[in-house]
Design a protein around this ligand. Structure first.
Ligand code: FRU
Length: 485
């Protein structure tokens, strides 16, 4: 079994070396750009570069030359890219401008922000000689700029949190600083003015990293979601992502709903949304990893993968407004064989592997009827001699993913991951599971569970272990996914 056969089919991995956060996600001239934290020299974290890949459908990626390499100011940590369509920065209209953190290996304030621009869609960058924003004195964590254009004309109808009215249009930069998010504004991407500081919205565990602020239209108004990655304290320990819905007026963000965890598995971190995505679509992807578990597979040339890009929307749950995340629809282009079962046909398969196996599968079970808490829904995903079991715990309104210890191969992790379903009564249940050579992603109710697994080329098979009688409109759809490579 060669290393290539174990590479994820539908999850981005670096050509060789190490990958962590997605960086500089931007859509331009028909292509989605994916820059990423990259050490090209080794499968362990090290001197950070920005790797680069492009895609026209978010699934099939073409590797591009490395975009940014460390220099005298330090390593190139995470950041954003924007298309400066009106030439606000003076590099020419439609220039791709990257803003990133320089991380120096010594000094009292090791982090500051740098800027680089590209006139050829990210093939070659020119860096500004000097950093554009230094850390305030004594601040050691000051990183991960998320940058986007704020259009004052389309802000929310709510009362402006800062009392400013009307909000102007300008560039926004959010930075993570310890356990705070700092908001800056600019008219030219080079000179930045401090606008506000947000504390308290997220857990006081670890260091906050990779802030992300995304605009939504919901309930006939504009709502914003602020997400932050935390190095510690996630539901199953280690690093994870929290988010909260609120109002934003171009300078101040004020939460309006309860804070929630974005993913209940151990391996979703540092998500970023694509700037200027077509049709205003909101799509993000995260590093399918956890800072607590970064040891490379000694037999692989690569370490680190992205989550599947996820289309975002807002849904109302018992716990307030939440993000709903779904794999992007472009994935269906890579379906190969499919199996569709309806009603009693599904129950007839109980205990027997479904007649479709492949190294990458997209499993979808739509249950129409309202299940009662006595009903047991148990689905097993098997590969080689290993299994992952998914169970709906309707009594606790939870979904539980349990992994054989040899499947997860991670002695420090719990074997079971629980996530609230959070569904409104009578909504029916929908369970979607993406299986690839090195990950499992479960989408159920308002929750997601992302787990990376050891990379294996063996085909997955699916067994419905238990299911109450379902109505005639219940459907099970299983698609095998071919390699876009
Ligand atoms: C998040 C992070 C960022 C930093 C980068 C370094 O995973 O720690 O805060 O910019 O990774 O690789």
């Amino acid at each position: 079994m060669g290393a290539d056969a174990r590479r994820p089919l539908i999850h981005f991995t670096p050509p060789s070396g190490w990958l962590n956060d997605p960086n500089g996600l931007v859509f331009a001239k028909g292509l989605y750009h994916l820059f990423y934290q990259h050490n090209p020299h080794s499968t362990s974290w090290g001197p950070m570069h920005w790797g680069h890949a492009t895609s026209d459908d978010l699934i099939s990626w073409t590797h591009r030359p490395i975009a940014l390499a460390p220099d005298k100011h330090g390593l190139i940590f995470s950041g954003s890219a924007v298309i400066d369509s009106e030439d606000s920065a003076g590099f020419g209209s439609n220039t791709l401008v990257a803003l990133f953190t320089y991380h120096a290996l010594s000094g009292d304030s090791p982090e500051c922000q740098g800027l680089a621009w590209s006139r050829d869609q990210g093939e070659e960058f020119t860096k500004l000689d000097a950093p554009i924003l230094e850390a305030p004195p004594g601040i050691t964590d000051f990183r991960d700029p998320t940058v986007f254009w704020f259009d004052g004309a389309s802000s929310s109808k709510h009362i402006s949190p800062s009392g400013n009215s009307p909000a102007g249009s300008h560039w926004i930069m959010l930075l993570a600083a310890g356990q705070a998010v700092e908001v800056y504004t600019s008219s030219d991407l080079r000179n930045w003015a401090h606008a506000s500081t947000l504390r308290d919205a997220f857990a006081d565990s670890g260091t906050w990293e990779m802030p992300e602020l995304i605009r939504f239209e919901a309930d006939d108004d504009v709502r914003w979601v602020l997400a932050v990655s935390l190095t510690e304290g996630a539901p199953h320990s280690g690093s994870g992502v929290q988010a909260v819905v609120g109002d934003f007026d171009g300078s101040v963000f004020v939460p309006t709903d309860p804070t929630f965890w974005v993913d209940f598995g151990p391996d979703y971190y540092a998500p970023q949304a694509w700037n200027s995505a077509p049709g205003g679509r909101r799509v993000w992807a995260g590093w399918a990893g956890n800072w607590r578990d970064v040891s490379p597979d000694p037999n692989a040339q690569w370490c680190g993968q992205m989550s599947i890009p996820r289309e975002l929307s807002l849904i109302r749950t018992g716990g307030g407004l939440r993000l709903k995340q779904e794999p992007v629809a472009e994935l269906t282009r890579y379906y190969m064989d499919s199996l569709v079962l309806a009603g009693a046909e599904i129950s007839a398969t109980i205990g027997v592997p479904l007649a479709l196996k492949a190294p990458a599968l997209d499993f979808d079970l739509e249950l129409d009827s309202e299940l009662s808490s006595e009903d047991a829904v148990i689905i097993e995903f098997r590969r080689a001699d290993k299994a992952a079991t998914l169970q709906l715990d309707l009594d606790r309104d939870e979904i539980v993913l349990t992994l054989d210890s040899n499947q997860i191969d991670r002695p420090t992790s719990p074997a079971a991951y629980r996530a609230p379903l959070g569904l409104t009564d009578g909504a029916g249940e929908s369970i979607r599971v993406l299986l690839d050579t090195a990950s499992i992603e479960v989408f159920a109710g308002a929750s997601v569970i992302t787990v990376k697994t050891p990379a294996l080329a063996d085909p997955w098979s699916v067994v419905i272990e238990s299911l109450p009688s379902v109505g005639s409109t219940a459907t099970l759809t299983l698609n095998s996914i071919g390699s876009p490579r």
